[in-house]
Design a binder for this molecule. Structure first.
Ligand code: PEP
Ligand code: MN
Length: 350
C-alpha cells in the first residue's frame, strides 16, 4: 500500500503517517518525489486497512498496490529511476547508456585495448567477466580477483565505469570492492541468497533475465534487491530459450516495453548473448534502441577469433565504431541520445 501525501503536507504530517505505519507493525518506506511525498508500507502479506490513514492531515490518497512486486512497480514510484555512477555516467531517463567490452577479462593488454576502443566509440561503461558462469566445467572460468584488478586498472586509465558479475553470495563482497555495478547473470536470476547479498552490498545491480523466466519472475527477483535496500537496479533482457535453433537465444524485445510499462527501473538489452552471433548483434542492437531500451550490453573483443569465451558473438572494435554511429541516429530519431553528458564526464576523467 502507498500513502500519497498532499503537496502542501508538512514534515509533521509525514511523520504522523510513518508512526501510524510503525504502530501497525509494518515498515514505512518514504519515497520523496518532485511533486509530493509518498510513503510505502512494507512488510505486509495481505491487504492493509486504509482507515487509520485517510483521517490524517496531509494525506491525499491511499493506493493499494495490486502487483505482486511492489517496490519495483510504477504504482509504487511513478518517476523513472535514474542511476548515477561515480564517473558521471547515468542509466535511465532520456539517455541510452552503452556498456561494452569482452565477455571475459583475459589479460591486461586485452582489457586495456578493449577499454580504450569502446571508450573512443562512446561507451561509458566497460564490461568484462572475472568470474564466469560456464556451461561446461572445463571451459575458461575467468581470472578471478586478478581480473577484477585489471578492470580497476582499465577504469583508472579510461574513466569508464565497470560492470562485472558476482557468481555466488560469498563472492559478492569481493566483486563489490572493485566494481561500479554488480552483474547478476541469467543463470542466477532466481538465486535468492545471491540476490540478498547483492542487494545489500552498496553497489548498483544489473539483473539479467533468466533464460526461462517470465517477466513477473524477473521483476520479483528485482524486488529482492530493492527489499534489501538497493534501489539502483538495472534490468537486462538477454534472450530466452526458444523452440527454434536459428539463434542461440530469442532476444525478447517485447519484454523491453512490457517491463518499462510495469517498472520505474531502467531496462537494457544484451544483443550479444541474445543472438550468439556477431552478424546478428548490430541489427538487434539497433532494434533494441528503437524499442526503447535504456541501454545496451555489447560484447566487443580486440581479437574475437582468439577470445576465451563468446568469441562468436563478440564484435570487433571497428564494427563497434560503426554500430555506435548507427545507434546515435536511431536514438536521435526517438528523441533520445547516447548519453553525451556522460561522455564528457568520461572524457574529463580519462
Ligand atoms: C555474460 O554477460 O557474459 C553472461 C554470462 O551473461 P548471461 O548471464 O546473460 O549468460
Ligand atoms: Mn559472454
Amino acid at each position: 500500500m502507498l500513502v500519497v501525501m498532499d503537496h502542501r503536507a508538512s514534515e509533521e504530517d509525514v511523520e504522523a503517517v510513518v508512526q501510524t505505519i510503525e504502530e501497525m507493525g509494518y515498515e514505512p518506506e518514504p519515497i520523496p518525489g518532485r511533486q509530493r511525498t509518498a510513503i510505502g508500507v512494507v512488510g505486509n502479506d495481505g491487504y492493509v486497512d486504509e482507515d487509520p490513514f485517510v483521517a490524517l492531515d496531509g494525506v491525499r490518497e491511499v493506493i493499494h498496490v495490486s502487483r505482486p512486486y511492489k517496490q519495483v512497480s510504477r504504482e509504487w514510484r511513478p518517476e523513472e529511476t535514474v542511476i548515477e555512477l561515480p564517473n558521471g555516467a547515468t542509466i535511465g531517463g532520456e539517455g541510452v547508456t552503452i556498456m561494452a567490452g569482452p565477455c571475459s577479462v583475459e589479460s591486461e593488454e586485452q582489457i586495456l585495448e578493449a577499454a580504450r576502443r569502446v571508450k573512443r566509440a562512446g561507451a561509458t561503461v566497460l564490461r568484462g567477466g572475472a568470474f564466469k558462469p560456464r556451461t561446461s566445467p572445463y571451459s575458461f572460468q575467468g581470472l578471478g580477483e586478478p581480473g577484477l584488478e585489471l578492470l580497476a586498472r582499465a577504469r583508472e586509465e579510461t574513466g569508464l565505469a565497470i560492470v562485472t558479475e558476482a557468481l555466488d553470495p560469498s563472492g559478492v563482497e569481493l566483486v563489490a570492492r572493485y566494481t561500479d555495478i554488480i552483474q547478476i547473470g541469467a543463470r542466477n536470476m532466481q538465486n535468492y541468497s545471491l540476490l540478498r547479498a547483492a542487494g545489500s552490498a552498496g553497489k548498483p545491480v544489473m539483473l539479467k533475465r533468466g533464460i526461462s523466466a517470465t517477466l513477473r519472475e524477473w521483476l520479483l527477483a528485482a524486488e529482492y534487491l530493492l527489499n534489501e535496500g538497493e534501489s539502483r537496479v538495472i534490468l537486462c533482457e538477454r534472450g530466452v530459450r526458444n523452440f527454434d535453433d536459428h539463434a542461440r537465444y530469442l532476444l525478447d524485445l517485447t519484454a523491453v516495453p512490457s517491463a518499462k510499462q510495469e517498472t520505474h527501473l531502467p531496462v537494457i538489452a544484451d544483443p550479444s548473448h541474445g543472438t550468439g552471433d556477431r552478424k546478428k548483434v548490430p541489427p538487434m542492437a539497433r532494434a533494441a534502441v528503437a524499442a526503447g531500451a535504456d541501454g545496451l550490453l555489447v560484447e566487443v573483443h580486440p581479437d574475437p577469433p582468439h577470445a576465451l569465451s563468446d568469441g562468436a558473438q563478440s564484435l570487433t572494435p571497428d564494427r563497434f565504431d560503426e554500430l555506435m554511429e548507427e545507434l546515435e541516429a536511431i536514438a536521435a530519431s526517438i528523441d533520445r541520445h547516447l548519453t553525451p553528458a556522460v561522455r564528457e564526464a568520461v572524457e574529463a576523467a580519462g
